[in-house]
Every structure is written in C-alpha cells, then in structure tokens.
Design a protein around this ligand. Structure first.
Ligand SMILES: [Zn+2]
Length: 281
C-alpha cells in the first residue's frame, strides 16, 4: 500500500522548485498570468525516501498540511495486496460521457427513483440512458461521469458467468434519443446491499442531509476501508455498501467485489477498473 500525493500550491518565489528537483521530486511549475505567481505541483508517494523531507520543506515555506487543502491523495495497492484481500472496493477509472438527460440530472430523469431531492440518494429502477455507444478502446469496464453505475463488455460478462460469479445482473442500457439498446456494453447491476458496517466513521468526514437525515461521506481516499464482517451477505461476489458517499447532488454506494472476482479481472488484465483493499473485521 502506498499513498500518492499531488500537492499544489501557489508561490511568488520559485526557489523551492530547484531544491525539490535536486531531491529528484517530480515537480512542475506553471507561471500564472497577470503576476498571479507560480503554480507549483509536485507528485510524490509516501514511500519515497524524501517524503518527510519534502513535507517539511513545503511546510517551512508555505503553510501545508498533509491530507489538507491543496493535497489530492489516493491510496494505491499492489496486485499482490489485492489478490490477498477477501473483499475489495472496485473503482472505475474510465468514465465515458454523462448520464442522460444530462441537463436534468439527477433530479429529473427516468433511470432513478430519487429518494431525497436534497441529497439525491436513489434506487435505480430503469435502464441507464447514454448519449451514444461508448468508445471503449481496450477497456472492458466503464462508468459515467457523476454516477457510480458500472458497465462492462460481453466478454467480461462471459468471464464472470464462466466462474459462476454471484450477485450481479446484466441490465440493458439505452441510447437516450432512440431508446435503442447499447451493443458494446451492458450495465453490471448489483442488487444486494450490505448492512451498515463501514467502520472508522469518525475519520470519514460526511454531511448529514437536513432533509432526510442520511449521512453522505466524502470519498474514502486514505488507507484501507474497514467493514464489519456481519455486514456482508453470504454467497455473493458483488455488494454495494449500505453507506452513501458523495457530496451535493452526487451520491453513490461503494461497489464491493470478492477476492475471486478481483482475481479474475487481474488475471484477464481487463482494464477500466482498479481495486482498493477492504479490511473485513
Ligand atoms: Zn437527503
């Protein structure tokens, strides 16, 4: 497990850049127009031997807090760590277009039954609507911007069926203007939801919806997500978390997949998703 940081800050004086570059840190500087100073962006992993030194250096010249403002971070897991985990979060890293009709999303559309107009939690009741057939390239999985619904190719569905994966359905998705069923992908619909079970909620910031009382947590970015064992249903390879994540009108449940599904995707080198380890406790 490693945590990747993309740290951005603005400074008039860019002397720090040469110090960072001498340390071998991936550093980019963009001069902003109109005497706007310099936007300095560095990419660094916590495993980098210069991590502590770098944080100290930035903190000395610019108020900087790790995991604070200006720090975009994400936890990355090796394939070995993924293969050794009992459950994983499946994260799409290939987004293709918006759910339709985009202009009315999410409050007025045909795919979701919106349960609360304030935080936009929902049940999906009808097929997702896309603007057109997606361009997948070499990807086997995709999602849409703003949503966490997962789509995959027939080849991926075939692989899942061959291993007798349980707990998913193949749903048609349609082209919004014509109602024509998409050919390149179907939605991998996950009907089952865990019981409440995400632990460490104190460390997860969230917002309590003033209208319905549902807590929506901010995206989980640091380390492993811990979930109580009794929250999982037996005999399934796919689940959604009971807990909602997102902010504003963005709302999603995290997709959980079993070790064997993650193993299949890694074995087949199917692209478009990556995994984050879940610790079952
Ligand atoms: Zn609400």
């Amino acid at each position: 497990m490693d945590i990747k940081h993309r740290i951005s800050f603005n400074m008039d004086d860019k002397r720090i850049v040469s110090v960072l570059l001498e340390m071998g840190i991936d550093t980019k500087v963009v001069e902003l127009p109109g005497n706007g100073g310099n936007l300095i962006t560095i990419l660094i992993y916590e495993s980098d031997p210069n991590w502590d030194k770098t944080v100290k250096l930035i903190s000395n010249v610019k108020h900087f807090v790790v995991y604070g403002e200006g720090d975009q971070y994400e936890t990355l897991f090796s394939n070995n760590e993924v293969r050794n985990a009992e459950w994983l979060r499946l994260i799409s890293n290939f987004e293709q277009g918006y759910p339709q009709p985009k202009a009315l999303w999410p409050l007025k559309q045909q795919s979701y039954e919106i349960l609360c107009p304030k935080c936009a939690i929902y049940n999906q009741t009808k097929p997702m609507r896309l603007a057109k057939e997606p361009h997948l390239g070499k990807k086997s999985f995709m999602s849409l911007i703003w949503t966490n619904e997962l789509f995959c190719t027939s080849q991926a569905f075939q692989g899942l069926a061959e291993m007798n994966a349980r707990g998913y359905e193949a749903w048609d998705a349609v082209i919004n203007k014509t109602d024509q069923v998409l050919e390149k992908v179907h939605q991998l619909f996950i009907p089952n939801i865990t019981s409440p079970g995400v632990l460490g909620k104190k460390d997860l910031q969230g917002i309590n919806c003033p209208a319905c009382g549902t807590i929506k947590y901010y995206p989980h970015m640091s380390g492993v997500m811990r979930i109580k064992r009794e929250a999982f249903m037996p005999n399934t390879d796919f689940l959604l978390t009971h807990e909602w994540f997102g902010h504003g009108l963005l709302a999603w449940r995290e997709i959980l997949v079993s070790n064997r599904v993650a193993g299949l995707i890694l074995d087949q080198v199917w692209q478009g998703v990556r995994f984050k380890v879940v610790e079952v406790v």
